[in-house]
Design a protein around this ligand. Structure first.
Ligand code: ATP
Ligand code: MG
Length: 335
């Protein structure tokens, strides 16, 4: 019998270490679903170049770092296919075909592209940056993925992918699959600044690789309710970043903490200690798994090479169908 498992495609840009936002937004779902789905996890190095083209020297380090974070988080390389985007040129070929019928205005109005352009201070977007959602549509559809576990900033991109796939299937032949987004338990985790989403480029993150003392220190510095000066002052959890994290990482004690905060019965110091403890409970098993891969670039390289080889075979199969559908396989089945 042939493999009938549905497919997952998702991944991250190698622009730094993975953080708790990645975990609750996407990574936890990948780990949970890796046996049930045929899973492809992309380290999107070409997409990282859309903002980091001036410092490509960090790509290698960050690619290895992210792979280590995946393995620590519980992705099993025997089960999930972890690969590097630039090693699959078929993705870039498909991006080019898609770009023929994707409107520049649609890309300009994409809310995530707009927010990110602002964050990066781009007044004039490059062609590559404006077009990254098209490349992402190719990442997803070249694997015929059914499901894409992501945080909510990715919703406009998955919508665009669906439109592109529908358009391709209508224009040529129905060979591609319309994917669905699977939004994580926490669609958008805020950063330690309490203002924007936790992001590796914004210096407001708790990393999966942070030690327990680093976590305690970061949380100690987090902004709480500014009206609370003394321990007994009544607090306002609804405006407190730390309480926001309790909502995610400490559900069993939530009501108790909320009440104690409002009544000035628990001080911020104690509340922060509790939170650090809860986060460390999640990260401890990752620390244990990480030991095997730390300082073992040889092991990680082997996993990435194997994964990229396997991913490329799948992408090549799809591209044969794509070229055939478009009538550009002039001499029959060429790879
Ligand atoms: P960069 O700042 O370089 O863009 P990033 O932290 O936004 O980095 P990405 O690699 O762009 O990370 O995102 C990878 C995946 O993680 C996406 O599915 C995204 O939705 C999800 N994600 C990233 N940050 C968060 C967050 N704070 N909360 C929930 N999901 C998130
Ligand atoms: Mg991002």
């Amino acid at each position: 019998m042939t493999d009938v498992k549905k497919k997952i495609l998702t991944g991250d840009r190698p622009t730094g270490k993975l953080h708790l936002g990645h975990y609750v937004g996407s990574l936890a779902n990948r780990v949970k679903l890796q046996e049930e789905y045929d899973s492809y996890i992309i380290i999107a190095d070409v997409q990282a170049l859309t903002t980091n083209f001036e410092k490509p020297e960090n790509l290698r380090r960050d690619t290895f770092q992210i792979a280590e974070d995946y393995l620590a988080a519980g992705l099993d390389p025997e089960v999930s296919t972890i690969f590097i985007q630039s090693m699959i040129p078929e993705i870039h070929e498909l991006t080019m075909y898609y770009s023929m019928f994707t409107s520049v205005n649609v890309l300009r109005h994409n809310p995530t592209v707009k927010t990110e352009a602002q964050q990066h201070g781009f007044s004039d977007m490059t062609y590559g940056f404006l077009g990254y959602p098209v490349s992402q549509a190719a990442d997803i559809s070249v694997f015929k993925a059914n499901l894409v576990p992501v945080g909510d900033d990715q919703i406009p991109h998955i919508e665009l992918t669906r439109k592109i796939v529908r358009r391709f299937n209508d224009l040529y032949k129905p060979v591609l699959v319309e994917p669905e987004a699977l939004i994580g338990e926490v669609p958008r985790l805020l950063g330690l600044d309490g203002k924007t989403k936790m992001s590796k480029s914004l210096n407001n993150a708790i990393y999966l690789s942070d030690s327990s003392s680093e976590i305690e220190n970061k949380i100690k510095e987090a902004v709480t309710d500014p009206a609370r000066i003394r321990k007994n002052d009544p607090g306002h959890p609804e405006i407190c970043t730390v309480f926001g994290y309790h909502q995610v990482f400490n559900r069993p004690e939530l009501e108790e903490i909320e009440k104690a905060c409002r009544q000035g019965e628990i001080g911020c110091v104690q509340c922060k200690k509790k939170l650090a403890g809860c986060i460390n409970v999640i990260l401890e098993p990752m620390r244990e798994r990480r030991v095997k891969y730390e300082n073992r670039p040889d092991l990680i390289q082997e996993i990435l090479l194997e994964g990229s080889k396997k991913a490329q075979q799948v992408a090549q199969e799809t591209m044969l169908e794509v070229r055939e559908a478009m009538g550009i396989n002039y001499f029959g089945q060429h790879k």
